[in-house]
Design a protein around this ligand. Structure first.
Ligand code: A3P
Length: 313
């Protein structure tokens, strides 16, 4: 097992020390998540037909899970029976490192409801070797850094029950710029998948949150094709893509009772209120938080980290 005493660690001052991250194998995470990832890393054996939904937290994971689930199950449920109406998207597609045992249990017992779609926040270089060698398809979502930083700040502040006046945003900003964030450094997370998408374009698809917002229809179509569930011409004519876009929209999902008042409680977790996964979904919300100096600093940092990639963050 991992000896946490020997690892670099950091307790966030803006979270009043209620959350401690450890750096192990090049990325930061809580002890629990590192331990779960360690087990999954050693034992997970995907089927080549599995699809991995990957992301750094706060980049649009919930949305990508909902869209993927809706695409794949579109002929299974009608407008009133779709589980997305009564279940948070995180329960529709489990997280490898946290729900590994449940995934294995479902597989062994051939659960007919179990879909071969598995989410992860693990950086590309920390994926179980079996995921890479089995040539599973991987869909990766990324998002504007400044919006991710704010989303991360608000999510953890609320999850750790720290009032906004007491949670110093400047501290959260400095920490993020040092690379210290959940599954961070954020730039390394993106660079790992970006490199993989160049080396293995048939297996790794990158999707950008802002592009999806700007043109959800084309991106849903692209996603469906990539994961092997393309829309037929008839479906396109019948407006199935538009239906899925609407079903999974922030406006729709965030207004559902389950996402307003439900709690997501996978094994080993104290539970996360579903509403924390649905905040504003606004591009550019960061402007309300950043000073000019902060903007300049993070833009410079990201330009430097992303140099030569063509990725704009
Ligand atoms: P904000 O905090 O900026 O509002 P993740 O799912 O990776 O944790 O990311 C959470 C972010 O995605 C939050 O951003 C959340 O509001 C936004 N989000 C959740 N559901 C969404 C949806 N259906 N469409 C677009 N954005 C969504």
């Amino acid at each position: 097992m991992i000896n946490f005493k020997t690892l670099p660690q950091h307790s966030s001052s803006w979270l009043k020390g209620r959350y401690t991250l450890y750096k192990y194998k090049g990325f930061w995470n809580s002890q629990k998540f590192h331990e779960w990832a360690f087990v999954a890393h050693k034992t997970f054996k995907p089927n080549p037909s599995d699809v991995i939904i990957s992301s750094c937290p706060k980049t649009g994971t919930t949305w990508l899970k909902a869209l993927t689930f809706a695409i794949v199950t579109r002929n299974k449920f009608d407008e009133s029976s779709n589980p997305l109406l009564t279940t948070v998207p995180h329960e529709c597609i489990p997280l490898l490192e946290r729900e590994f045992e449940q995934i294995e249990y479902n597989r062994i017992n051939n659960n007919p409801d179990f879909l071969p779609f598995i989410a992860t926040h693990l950086p590309y270089n920390s994926l179980p070797e079996s995921v890479v060698s089995s040539n599973c398809k991987i869909v990766y979502i990324y998002r504007n850094t400044k919006d991710v930083l704010v989303s991360n700040y608000q999510f953890f502040r609320k999850a750790c029950k720290v009032a906004e006046e007491e949670a110093c945003f400047e501290d959260a900003f400095d920490e993020f710029c040092q690379g210290i964030s959940w599954y961070g450094p954020y730039w390394d997370h993106i660079l790992g998948y970006w490199k993989a998408s160049l080396e293995r374009p048939q297996e790794v698809l990158l999707m950008k949150y802002e592009d999806m917002k700007r043109d959800a229809r084309s991106n849903v179509k692209r996603l469906a094709e990539f994961i092997g569930h393309p829309f037929t011409i008839e479906e396109e004519k019948e407006g199935v893509i538009e239906y899925i876009v609407k079903l999974c929209s922030f406006e729709n999902l965030s207004s559902l009772r389950v996402n307003k008042s439900g709690v997501h409680s996978p094994v080993g977790s104290n539970g996360v209120e579903n509403q924390l996964y649905f905040r504003k979904a606004e591009d550019g919300d960061w402007e309300k938080y950043f000073t000019d100096e902060m903007k300049e600093k993070i833009d410079e940092l990201m330009d430097q980290k992303m140099e030569g990639t063509g990725l704009v963050l």
